[in-house]
Each structure stands twice: as C-alpha cells, then as structure tokens.
Write a new protein. Structure first.
Length: 87
C-alpha cells in the first residue's frame, strides 16, 4: 500500500494524497476540514494533526468518537484504524 510510507510526523498532506490518489484532492479535503487555510497553509488545528503520526491520528479519532481513553486503543496499520485492546 502506497500510504504505508507516509506514517510519520509532518506527513499529513502526503499521506492523505496517497490515500485519495491526488495531492490537489487531499488539499481540498484538508481545507474543508479546516486543517488548511484557503491559501493552503496549515491552521493551528492542522498543525496539531500534522505533528501526529498516522497511528496517533487514528487513536485520536477513535477515542473522540467513543469518549474512551486513548490508551485503551491499539492501531492497525493495514486498516488505518484503532480498535479497543483485548483485555
């Protein structure tokens, strides 16, 4: 999978571009989400997301949607999803 090489910090645009197939499409998506300004610069929330790794972003998404603690999740790089740890 192409997006597997963009999993580190400061790879937000490249990772999304590899997932959707186009850098221009990725930039438009990030603008709609509020992570980029209309001129294409990172917003404060975009800079915060850009500083996260792919696993940190996935865990953050899962914990925000469930209301559970971040350390209750484990990241799967093949699905780019965080799931609850087995007890």
């Amino acid at each position: 999978m192409e997006s597997q090489k963009y999993t580190g910090r400061n790879q937000l645009i490249n990772r999304l571009a590899s997932q959707v197939g186009s850098k221009n499409m990725a930039i438009e998506i990030l603008k709609k989400r509020g992570h980029l300004t209309p001129s294409g610069h990172l917003t404060p929330s975009g800079a915060k997301r850009n500083e996260m790794t792919a696993s940190e972003r996935a865990i953050d998404r899962a914990s925000k949607s469930s209301g559970r603690n971040r350390n209750e999740y484990v990241y799967d790089p093949f699905t780019n999803r965080a799931t609850l740890k087995n007890k």
